[in-house]
Design a protein around this ligand. Structure first.
Ligand SMILES: [Zn+2]
Length: 410
């Protein structure tokens, strides 16, 4: 292939790249790339567009308030460097990302530079079966298209950010020899995700007629931060997702999600932190997960004599209240103790704490840093950067974008 063919091949496998990225990936000088792009622009083969939110540079942060996501429809600048992306001429394209959190389903229609075209939030049952999932996804796509004013054919694919370990082709990985080995969906561990008992992708593909990817939500967020967020340019990134009820972890090594032998890699929630602690539904004892959810708010409530939510704890800590700060500090120290061994063994370049924690995230990150400095081997502790995510709730969407690119969509 000559240089132009290689450039067109690369663009055909991407959803828009900057001239600098083209030069780097093709091993050509920027001047050569500019000459090639100029010629292709003149012939109408490629088009150049302003880089949308989050693609590879600027970032638009959604605001969650009152259960609804308010997302800027178009990037209004952001914090990244300005730039334009070159893409093949053709119809506008989009992909949808659906992510579940408890009873909530958040859905986003994004363009191929990561810009948000439409966003919705709906209440959904947690005990749905796969047929109900397929119907829900179809209804979400219809709603997204209506909101964005687009035809159904506009969307080339959908990415499911699922709240459970996931093994492509399998669904929830088989848990090994246990009471629930035959029917993992009946395990209390997966009560919130029985619809993943088998891989739902084939059924969704058949019903929707578009590309479908399912991936663990923390894995997608890790990929998002590794490609378009705080971990840009680093090849080994760990992402710690903190939700009101549990902790998730995504591992990106060499630019790729590391799922492990059967999809259970990154089960930080089930690292043992108290050998004498209560039994966990995973079959272990004293799992880290037990420090979150009700246990966490119960620890804060006596000081305030009122109902407290996880969001309250974050807000109080960010406002400087010493008690809630102490709770998050202790949580970070415990997380850091588990992550310290991970650092010693895998020597990652970065640990990124969930950006959706807002200002309270820095309290957790600081404690993780302290714990790693104390418990990790010095050569590993000195190499790892512990920081807060830049993308907040957009991390999964931009991870999905990276994945869509990698799968050679479009
Ligand atoms: Zn457990």
């Amino acid at each position: 292939m000559d240089a132009e063919e290689r450039l067109l091949d690369l663009l055909g496998r991407s959803v828009g790249l900057t001239r600098a990225q083209l030069a780097r990936e093709l091993g050509l000088s920027k001047a050569t790339v500019s000459g090639l792009v100029g010629d292709l622009l003149a012939r109408g083969v490629v088009t150049e567009a302003e880089q949308s939110a989050g693609g590879t540079g600027s970032i638009a942060r959604p605001v969650e308030a009152g259960g609804a996501i308010a997302v800027p429809r178009k990037s209004a600048g952001g914090v990244g460097r300005p730039g334009t992306v070159v893409r093949l001429t053709g119809p506008d394209r989009a992909f949808a990302v659906l992510r579940w959190s408890g009873h909530h389903l958040w859905s986003t229609l994004a363009d191929f530079a990561g810009g948000t075209l439409a966003a919705r939030s709906d209440e959904v049952p947690v005990d749905m079966d796969q047929a109900e999932l397929v119907a829900d996804v179809e209804a979400e796509l219809t709603g997204l298209h209506r909101e964005a004013g687009r035809e159904a054919g506009y969307t080339l694919g959908v990415v499911l950010a699922v709240p459970a370990p996931f093994q492509p082709g399998v669904g929830i990985p088989a848990p090994g020899p246990s009471a629930w080995a035959a029917k993992p969906e009946e395990s209390p561990m997966w009560a919130h995700a029985g619809w993943l008992a088998t891989d739902p992708v084939p059924a969704l593909k058949e019903r929707l007629g578009i590309h479908v990817i399912a991936e663990n939500d923390a894995n997608l967020a890790a990929l998002g931060e590794a490609t378009a967020g705080a971990g840009r340019g680093l090849d080994s990134v760990v992402y710690v997702k903190v939700t009101p009820n549990t902790i998730g972890m995504g591992i990106v090594l060499g630019g790729r999600i590391h799922r492990g032998a059967n999809g259970f890699a990154g089960e930080l929630a089930h690292v043992q932190v108290n050998p004498q602690g209560p039994l966990c539904y995973c079959g272990g004892r004293g799992c880290l997960r037990g420090l979150l959810g009700q246990a966490l708010v119960d620890a804060v409530r006596p000081a305030y004599q009122r109902d407290i939510t996880f969001q309250d704890v974050l807000a109080l800590a960010e406002a400087g209240e010493p008690g809630p700060r102490r709770i998050l500090d202790d949580l970070g120290l415990t997380l850091g103790r588990a992550l310290a061994d991970f650092c010693t063994l895998l020597n990652p370049a970065a640990i990124i704490v969930d950006g959706s924690l807002g200002g309270a995230g820095e309290i957790v990150a600081a404690a993780v840093r302290e714990s790693i400095a104390r418990h990790s081997a010095p050569h590993a502790a000195g190499a790892v950067r512990v920081m807060c995510g830049e993308l907040a709730e957009r991390a999964e969407v931009l991870g999905a974008l990276a994945m869509v690119r990698d799968r050679r969509y479009g």
